[in-house]
Each structure stands twice: as structure tokens, then as C-alpha cells.
Design a protein around this ligand. Structure first.
Ligand code: PCA
Length: 325
């Protein structure tokens, strides 16, 4: 074999998994659309893993609730029905109450607060995940949660008798506290729910408003910065342990890069989408000062209820969180 051929053959061997090596395939289920920034980040993560393992691990992303519905994904991964998944942490509070720490109103005010909270919450989440045979890979926050309404609002009383879209227990409790009827609507059905007048308001991020093109029904977006919920990407431990060590390392490294990339993207889309809402004719602003105070009190009531129901683990996070300030 001349030198040139040797190089071509060698390059071929390096680019593909060696014949004796098994190719592992994972499916990764998510409840969000393929074009959402979270899913795009997962697609890039899967691509990074495939490249770093020279194809020895292929991760097939299954978006939009196609494999399992968002609320069922953690259980499905836990039971080994699918190898990996992504879900919003607050959807897990029924089983893992501490996962609700990132949907407590008015505790986290910025991305750096969100990072600080995650550093404190992470060991507890890892512990609860490990107990269920799950391994967290990375988390990425949604942009801050604001208030979308079809009519201008001046006080909590404006919500009485109206319908508020909800996506987790926090939003349900807030709707109740405001005297609105909570209406559970998955993220990918928000546009439809607004068009058929099933909801009058919602608390979510500007990017979710843009993705659902809410401007036909929604007139107002108030940047109340209520909380920064996080999505978590995770894998069944058995599926992870079945990988050879170099593939495990590749997954861990790609996950660390996806986490850094995702946090930066979240911050960038937070600004871009708020501007886009404005360009589309939505009035973007702040709630009146008196309503802001009312919301704060409501947040404090929520926190008290939450700490009481969660107990010790809540203190493990929030005592150091406030001391570090
Ligand atoms: N969008 C998702 C969760 C948080 C967010 O900003 C939703 O509205 O369901």
C-alpha cells in the first residue's frame, strides 16, 4: 500500500466507529418544539456527542411530545422506556418537591441569581435523581417569566373571574391567589388556546410568547421577572453505564458545553424576544407600583407555603442563598 492510500484508509477508520465497536443509540424525548432554543441546543449536544464518539453513540432527538408528553418524560426515562429526556424541573414537584425551588416568585432576579440557586439546588437534585436511577446531564433556564394579558391590568382584582393559562403548580397557585381560573395548557398549544379564547392571561417568558405568536390576542407584556424555571436534560443511569468509558466522557463534556451555551442563549433570546413582542405591537412595560407590591406580597405568601410544605431541603437552599447575597 502506498503512503497516500494508507492515509485515506486510516482517515476512514478514524471517522467511523471501529467495526467491532457497538453503536449505541439513545432516543431523547422532549415536550418542546424542534425550533425552540432549548431543543436546538439539545440537537447540537447530540451532534457534539456523535462527533466526539466518532458515531459510537447516536442520540436521536424526539421533540414536541411525540414520544412522551412533557409531564410523563421523567417517569418514562426512569422506567427505561426511553434512554434520555428533557423536562421542565417544576413538572417534577409531585415527586421531587425541591425541583420547585426555581418557580418561587421574586427570589431570583437575574441570570447570576439563577446560577447561584442552581449551584445550591444541584446536589439535592442529583441525589433525588440518583435515587430514581437517573443522571442529570445539564440544565438551562428559561428567560424570566413575565405577565401576558389581553387587557391592561392595574391590580389583582382585574384577574377575578378570568382564565389564566398555567404550566406547573406555581402558576396554578398564583392563578388561585389572584382569583382567576387556572387552565392547564402545554407550551406547544398556547397559540391555539388563545385563538379559541380559552385563556385571558399567562405567566411565561417572552420567548414563549414569540414562539406562539401571541400578538393577535395578547395586548400587554409586563416584565415582572417572576422566576427563571429550568429545563433539565437527563439519562437513565443504566443506559449511561452501558457506554464504554470514552463515550461516557464525551457525553459529560458535551453536556458541560451545552449547559454553558444554553445559559448564554437564554439570556440572548430574553432580550431579542422582548423586542420582537414590541415590534409586533404588544405594549411592553411594568405593572403599576401598587400592583407590584401586591404581587410581592403574594410571592411572600407563596414562599411561606412552599417552605412549610418542603421542609428541611428548602432551608438547605434558601438559607445559604440569602446569606451569599
Ligand atoms: N415557557 C414554558 C415554560 C417556561 C417558559 O418560559 C411554558 O410556557 O410552558
Amino acid at each position: 500500500m502506498n503512503m497516500q492510500w494508507a492515509v485515506v484508509v486510516l482517515a476512514g477508520v478514524l471517522a467511523q466507529p471501529c467495526l467491532a465497536q457497538q453503536v449505541a443509540r439513545w432516543q431523547l424525548a422532549t415536550g418542546y418544539r424542534v425550533d425552540s432554543f432549548h431543543t436546538q441546543n439539545i440537537v447540537q449536544f447530540a451532534g457534539d456527542v456523535e462527533q466526539a464518539t466518532a458515531g459510537a453513540l447516536r442520540i436521536e432527538v424526539r421533540p414536541n411530545n411525540t414520544l412522551f408528553k412533557l409531564a410523563e418524560i421523567r417517569q418514562a426515562v426512569q422506567e427505561g422506556k426511553v434512554e434520555a429526556g428533557e423536562a421542565i424541573m417544576t413538572s417534577m414537584v409531585g415527586e421531587i418537591p425541591i425541583a420547585g425551588a426555581d418557580a418561587i416568585p421574586f427570589v431570583v432576579h437575574s441570570y447570576s441569581d439563577a446560577r447561584r440557586l442552581w449551584n445550591l439546588q444541584r446536589p439535592l437534585i442529583e441525589k433525588h435523581f440518583a435515587a430514581r436511577g437517573l443522571k442529570p446531564l445539564y440544565v438551562v433556564p428559561w428567560p424570566p417569566q413575565g405577565l401576558f394579558t389581553s387587557q391592561p391590568v392595574n391590580s389583582g382584582a382585574d384577574f377575578r373571574g378570568t382564565r389564566m393559562r398555567t404550566y406547573n403548580q406555581s402558576t396554578v397557585r398564583i392563578a388561585e391567589m389572584l382569583g382567576a381560573s387556572p387552565v392547564d395548557v402545554p407550551m406547544v398549544e398556547v397559540n391555539q388556546a388563545l385563538a379559541s379564547r380559552k385563556v385571558d392571561s399567562m405567566i411565561t417568558s417572552a420567548v414563549t410568547g414569540v414562539e406562539n405568536r401571541v400578538w393577535d390576542q395578547i395586548g400587554f407584556y409586563y416584565g415582572i421577572n417572576a422566576w427563571f424555571p429550568k429545563n433539565i436534560v437527563f439519562v437513565n443511569v443504566k443506559a449511561f453505564d452501558a457506554l464504554p468509558a470514552p463515550s461516557q466522557e464525551a457525553v459529560n463534556q458535551a453536556a458541560a458545553r451545552a449547559e454553558a451555551r444554553g445559559w448564554a442563549q437564554s439570556e440572548a433570546v430574553a432580550n431579542e424576544s422582548t423586542q420582537e413582542l414590541q415590534r409586533r405591537g404588544i405594549k411592553v412595560g411594568r405593572v403599576p407600583v401598587s400592583f407590584e407590591a401586591e404581587l410581592k406580597r403574594l410571592g411572600e405568601k407563596f414562599s411561606r407555603e412552599w417552605v412549610k410544605s418542603v421542609g428541611t431541603e428548602a432551608n438547605l437552599i434558601f438559607v445559604p442563598y440569602y446569606l451569599q447575597r
